[in-house]
Design a protein around this ligand. Structure first.
Ligand code: FAD
Length: 421
């Protein structure tokens, strides 16, 4: 058997209400939402479900509401409730709360923008200078004199592979048909309305609507299907785990590091842009990585090494963790794919052209989309089924922002948007 799911239904159903192409977290979430609404849904994946060649596998993703771009915070908050709802439906946890700590030079425009986002969306925050940060975290993390840190309650860790599995299971239990090892090679207009989705093994599925969530393969597939070039650059990125020194392991754990609720998830604005999660998935190790990577073809990858500026990361680990984490080098690494837009904003839009509103694209999640997958799935389902995403402002996510403007959305904090090498 080459696929998972109900083959008979796939064969005998002439028309699906929605065909979702690509079963990473975004496609799995979209399929869950459409199936839950009672729509006949087909989810197609080119490789095995839960494979490690895209963007949605692994052990941890950071949750944070502290975006310099204030239009992400509502998606994060909406997703928080939707993650909880999905967890209660499945009966296990994928979301683990922590505090979030953002840091950088006090005059960083990004940090200032984060503060104004918190104010705009009534996110309680505390701005800490070096000594206050030292007291707050008992010396576990430190910053230079001219830096500040922002502490909020809206942080946490999500388990990505487990979360994708949860969304696929919920899609399935709500009636979706799931097929893996099924590469989509063509999406065509059906002369009787809707679309025809053609696979590499020659099968043709008919859908009233199609949602394309193919991550790093978006540029290739959309170009092949429509001739349109969506500016999404695949990057190979490296996740690094560092060893916490003897005597300090519990200090850097999530949720159990003492009375203060454990070590936070964290981000450090500037070059390099560093992010990480508390010790959780691998006892005694803490994740500290650089946001960025090397340009690559998702079908011809370098598979590492060297996608990280290790010297800068070593210095960061040594300086920020008060010598309590071994800065010699990461003891474990994992590879993953980013799909970067020039402005690092998502693409959530109709493909347009001959497909009009029948094909919806969800792509370009630029290394920060996982936490928002439940809300993104809902938006994609809304666009496909209703033609509008009620209550969500999509202006910043439209394809038209790139028309005659290769950089896309203009940002006042340029340090955030230059992470490809
Ligand atoms: C190392 C790393 C760290 C990250 N950290 C964070 C974080 O801390 N917080 C956060 O919120 N986000 C984070 N992200 C980003 C987040 O993981 C991604 O935004 C998200 O996983 C993107 O999911 P996707 O479904 O768009 O892509 P993918 O997971 O790549 O899914 C696309 C799927 O489409 C399939 N596909 C492609 N072409 C075809 C075809 N022709 N036919 C059928 N199937 C096809 C692919 O095989 C793939 O399974 C991180 C990403 C990485 C790599």
């Amino acid at each position: 058997m080459e696929y998972s799911g109900d083959n008979e239904l796939a064969k005998t159903t002439t028309t699906f209400d929605v065909i979702v192409v690509g079963a990473g977290v975004m496609g799995s979430s979209a399929a869950y939402h459409t199936a839950k609404r009672g729509e006949k849904t087909l989810l197609l994946e080119q490789y095995d479900f839960l494979h490690h060649r895209g963007s949605s596998h692994g052990e941890s993703r950071t949750i944070r509401a502290t975006y310099p771009e204030d239009y992400y915070t509502p998606l994060v908050l909406k997703s928080h409730a939707l993650w909880q709802r999905a967890e209660s439906e499945i009966g296990y946890r994928v979301y683990f709360k922590a505090r979030q700590l953002d840091m950088g030079p006090s005059d960083s425009r990004t940090l200032r923008a984060v503060i104004s986002t918190c104010q705009k969306h009534s996110i309680p925050y505390r701005e800490l200078d070096g000594p206050k940060l030292h007291d707050e975290f008992s010396g576990r993390v430190q910053i230079p004199e001219n830096w500040s840190a922002i502490s909020t309650e809206y942080g946490g860790v999500i388990k990505p592979t487990k979360a994708v599995c949860m969304l696929q299971t919920l899609a399935f239990t709500n009636g979706a048909v799931l097929r893996d090892n099924t590469e989509v090679t063509e999406i065509k207009r059906d002369e009787n309305g809707g679309v025809l989705v053609v696979t590499a093994n020659g099968e043709v599925f008919k859908g009233k609507k199609c949602i394309v969530t193919v991550g790093a393969w978006t540029k290739k597939l959309i170009k092949a299907v429509s001739g349109v070039e969506i500016p999404i650059q695949p990057l190979e990125t490296t996740v690094c785990y560092w060893r916490i020194k003897e005597g300090y392991k519990r200090d850097y754990e999530l949720g159990s590091g003492g009375e203060d609720g454990g070590f936070p998830t964290f981000a450090c604005f500037g070059f390099p842009y560093v992010y990480g999660t508390p010790s959780f998935e691998f006892p005694g190790l803490i994740k500290v990585a650089v946001h960025g990577g090397y340009k690559c073809d998702p079908d011809d990858r370098p598979w590492g090494p060297g996608a990280v500026s290790m010297e800068e990361l070593r210095e960061w680990v040594e300086a920020r963790f008060s010598g309590r984490v071994d800065p010699t080098g990461p003891v474990k690494t994992q590879l993953c794919m980013y799909s970067m837009t020039p402005d690092e904003d998502f693409v959530l839009d109709f493909l347009g052209g001959e497909f009009g509103e029948d094909v919806v694209v969800g792509a370009g999640f630029s290394g920060h989309g996982f936490k928002m997958a439940p809300a993104v799935g809902m938006v994609l389902a809304d666009l496909a089924l209703k033609g509008v995403a009620e209550g969500v402002e999509l202006d910043k996510f439209r394809l038209r922002r790139f028309e005659g403007n290769p950089k896309g959305n203009v940002k006042d904090f340029e340090d955030q948007v230059k992470h490809s090498q």
